[in-house]
Design a protein around this ligand. Structure first.
Ligand code: HEC
Length: 129
């Protein structure tokens, strides 16, 4: 069941990509490959390392290198208590219109955004699959 849901969400995500090309992404340092957008298989170790790097560098520029907050709010587990993973995933993909939080869907797949949300919730030092 979970796989089917993932497949469906990836499909919707890919379908919606066509409409997103006009939105300028804030950083192109971590690019999606066709393989990553079309596949719902587990993220590779290499990709996870890239994503952690992105979180520390790009997200860290606003949320603080250690995610303790800056222009953007702190993103440590204690700050995200009671915030559902899905809510954080959507925030990462779509940004928060009217705030400095930009959308990342040009760079990150839904699966990747969800993985980042999960890492934020449990703390980057406790990385898990
Ligand atoms: C240009 C600055 C900026 C960058 C870069 C940025 N954010 Fe944000 N982010 C914000 C701001 C500002 C908010 C608060 C928005 C609001 O007022 O609701 C926010 C909110 C969030 C929230 C919601 C927090 C909550 O408590 O609801 C999450 C999750 C988040 N950002 C994750 C990320 C991730 C992951 C990245 C990198 C992929 C990132 N942000 C990059 C500025 C930024």
């Amino acid at each position: 069941m979970k796989n089917i849901a993932l497949l469906l969400t990836s499909f919707c995500f890919i379908a919606s990509l066509n409409f997103n090309s006009a939105i300028a992404a804030p950083s192109k340092s971590v690019k999606k490959t066709a393989e990553q957008t079309t596949s719902s298989t587990a993220l590779t170790k290499q990709r996870k390392n890239d994503l952690l790097h992105l979180v520390k560098q790009d997200c860290g520029s606003c949320h603080g290198m250690t995610l303790k907050g800056g222009l953007g709010p702190a993103l440590l587990p204690a700050d995200l208590v009671n915030k559902p993973e899905y809510f954080l995933t959507i925030t990462i993909l779509e940004g928060r219109p009217g705030t400095a939080m930009p959308p990342w869907k040009d760079i990150l797949s839904e699966q990747e955004a969800q993985w980042i949300a999960a890492q934020l919730l449990q703390g980057l030092d406790n990385e898990q699959d």
